[in-house]
Design a protein around this ligand. Structure first.
Ligand code: CDP
Ligand code: MG
Length: 140
């Protein structure tokens, strides 16, 4: 499988509980390399644009408010099959459905406050990386 890059966010529920290091350890243990990372306070406009695909969903407003409620850590992860591998390490959207050992199983509070975001496909990974990072900020 090819070396890929994917986009990740450590969400407000996790930064608030000081879990950045524990979550990064999960990525690194799975063979994902953190090739870019910064802690930011998202604006409501950025959150709304980032999650525009969910605009019509009932949870959209609450999700955007949550994403701006505390700082987040945005990241680029690199590795063999990184997009799928990251989704596996994250676990299911709803922590109640997540496999043992996954980030969401161990750390998520609810389906909304679920500790991490990860891109779901090569196209979204490229778009999401470009939304938060310039090429110069990514050092593989
Ligand atoms: O993050 P993931 O790709 O696993 O799930 P999604 O279906 O793309 O949904 C994006 C985010 O919306 C989730 O990670 C949750 O934070 C939130 N969400 C929610 O609050 N309630 C739902 N029923 C589904 C998703
Ligand atoms: Mg998604």
């Amino acid at each position: 499988m090819a070396i890929e890059r994917t986009f990740s966010i450590i969400k407000p529920d996790a930064t608030k509980r000081n879990l950045t290091g524990k979550i990064n350890a999960k990525f690194e243990e799975a063979g994902l390399r953190i090739v870019a990372q910064k802690r930011i306070q998202m604006t409501l406009e950025q959150a709304g644009q980032f999650y525009a695909v969910h605009k019509e969903r009932p949870f959209y407003g609450e999700l955007c408010e949550f994403m701006v409620s505390e700082p987040v850590v945005v990241q680029v992860l690199e590795g063999e099959g990184a997009i799928l591998k990251n989704r596996e390490v994250m676990g299911a959207t709803n922590p109640a459905d997540a496999e043992d050992g996954t980030i969401r199983k161990e750390f998520a509070l609810s389906v909304g406050e679920n500790s991490v975001h990860g891109s779901d496909a090569p196209e979204t990974a490229a778009e999401e990386i470009a939304f938060f990072f310039s090429g110069l900020e990514i050092v593989g």
